[in-house]
Design a protein around this ligand. Structure first.
Ligand SMILES: *[C@@H]1O[C@H](CO)[C@@H](O)[C@H](O)[C@H]1NC(C)=O
Ligand SMILES: *[C@@H]1O[C@H](CO)[C@@H](O)[C@H](O)[C@H]1NC(C)=O
Ligand SMILES: *[C@@H]1O[C@H](CO)[C@@H](O)[C@H](O)[C@H]1NC(C)=O
Ligand SMILES: *[C@@H]1O[C@H](CO)[C@@H](O)[C@H](O)[C@H]1NC(C)=O
Length: 432
């Protein structure tokens, strides 16, 4: 009987999903999170490559992303701007948002390491076709150089008090945009946020600007958390969809209500050198039960230099500084049978038919061990019995030690950012 009910419910759920798997919009303050190349994203390619190839393509952009993250210092960023269109975006997840009155639907990239929000606006040079049209919104206002918000914008070049607040920022390592600071109503699920300040993009250069804009969830003074104050009380959590399929959606839950109560946590740290980023105190890494051996200072958090470990929504596979990664990889390889091969960014791929029990990896943080589920450790080929360790070394042009906990390692986990209590929580959750 119980089985029959379970089966019935399963069929019922699958039938609902079959009608429109992308219809699940929002539930209270929960917003659907989709892979940018997932089925429910408008950026899903008409003839998709294999999902493994898509992930490989996305991971190939990580070095540019990590270089970009390391450039987010209080000093002026000096990221070189490359020209030319690239097809793979560094923003990995999109949120359905509405801007203006009446609301115009925009699929904005969610980025936990960005301060601001920005969208391409009507008249934008080199932008895609979906643009926010300010003239159609009754609540739109542009913000001048004399406004307090303008002084918070990086890359702002105001000369006259009276002029519009125009700024130029780099993004993703090889792209830039020029925008005017404006404000309008932002709708996230059931929440309407009046007078939200964001950049209205006039022109882009390079191929890495998210086509329908970006919503920054970092700590910066212009981020969603800072602009919403008491509404979300500096609290949000997300569950990123599984990398197994492009049909899956995750969720972003904004505010204190509905957040998990019993959750393991570790302190969230902040560096005045890179004030926007979410730093964690990673103290060690285990392969199987064995702690990997490397000089401990390679993980040490240093607020002054910004060295340490961050958690990021826009990097695909976790990156460790070279000696740390080499130690993990060498330890991992000693457990494997048969030959090891490389595939794109992955240098430790193996035959799963002779390695039925690959060793688990545990990330040890202050107060919290995260034993990575197997799917958060490996990426599997669907056609051959091949799996690869889904981690790599950080690019060596980064001028200070920066380890990045990336999104493949975060899938199917609820990650809670609790800024008032300076802590980050992680709990297992099937988010699809
Ligand atoms: C938005 O504005 C443009 C011109 O600025 C107009 O062509 C279009 O019909 C408007 N759309 C709506 C929904 O009002
Ligand atoms: C932003 O500024 C840089 C440096 O001056 C410039 O190369 C780039 O073209 C600008 N971007 C846009 C979109 O105007
Ligand atoms: C990080 O963890 C190490 C080892 O437990 C500890 O000595 C250090 O004080 C911690 N750092 C911070 C900033 O919490
Ligand atoms: C390697 O092969 C041995 C013997 O068949 C097996 O016990 C072990 O679990 C294998 N290693 C992995 C990583 O699966």
């Amino acid at each position: 009987m119980a089985l029959a009910i379970t089966l019935f419910l399963f069929l019922l759920i699958s039938t609902c999903k079959a009608t429109d798997p992308c219809a699940s919009v929002s539930d209270g303050s929960d917003l659907a999170i989709d892979h940018i190349y997932g089925k429910c994203s408008p950026f899903s390619p008409p003839k998709p490559a294999s999902w493994l190839d898509t992930v490989l393509g996305m991971a190939s952009k990580d070095p540019a992303r990590v270089t970009y993250l390391s450039s987010l210092t209080v000093m002026k960023s000096t990221v070189p701007i490359a020209s030319g269109q690239q097809t793979i975006q560094t923003g990995n997840y999109v949120l359905r948002t509405k801007l203006g009155t009446p609301g115009q639907l925009m699929f904005m990239v969610m980025d936990t390491s960005s301060d601001n929000a920005w969208v391409p606006c009507t008249g934008c040079a080199h932008c895609s076709t979906t643009l926010f049209n300010p003239t159609n919104s009754t609540s739109y206002q542009s913000l001048g150089c004399n406004m307090a918000q303008c002084t918070q914008m990086k890359g702002q070049a105001c000369t006259a008090e009276a002029g519009p607040c125009v700024f130029n920022q780099s993004y993703g390592g090889d792209s830039s945009f020029s925008a005017t600071l404006v404000q309008d109503s932002l709708t996230l699920g059931v929440d309407q946020i009046p007078n939200y300040a964001f950049g209205c993009i006039n022109a882009i250069a390079g191929g890495n600007i998210p086509p329908q804009g970006l919503l920054g969830l970092s700590r910066g003074p212009m981020s969603l958390l800072s602009q919403t104050g008491p509404l979300y009380q500096g609290t949000f959590s997300y569950c990123l969809p599984s990398f197994k399929s492009y049909y899956f959606s995750g969720s972003l839950r904004l505010g204190v209500a509905g957040q998990p109560k019993n959750i393991k946590t570790t302190p969230l740290l902040q560096s005045p050198h890179r004030p926007s980023l979410y730093y964690l105190n990673l103290t060690g890494i285990n392969v199987g039960k064995k702690p990997v051996v490397f000089p401990p200072e390679l993980l040490t958090f240093n607020p002054t230099t910004g060295a340490g470990t961050i958690i990021d929504s826009g990097t695909v596979i976790t990156r460790f500084v070279q000696p740390v990664y080499a130690a993990i990889r060498d330890e991992y390889r000693t457990r494997l049978n048969g030959t090891v091969s490389s595939l794109g960014a992955f240098d430790t791929c193996f035959d799963t038919s002779v390695n039925p029990i690959p060793p688990p990896i545990t990330l040890r943080f202050t107060g919290m061990d995260l034993a990575l589920p197997m799917e958060n450790t490996l990426i599997h080929s669907s056609s051959t019995p091949l799996a690869c360790l889904a981690m790599a070394e950080a690019p060596n042009n980064v001028n200070s030690v920066l380890n990045v906990i990336a999104n493949l390692q975060q899938q199917n986990l609820r990650i809670l950012f609790d800024l008032p209590n300076s802590r980050l929580g992680i709990a297992r959750e099937l988010c699809n």
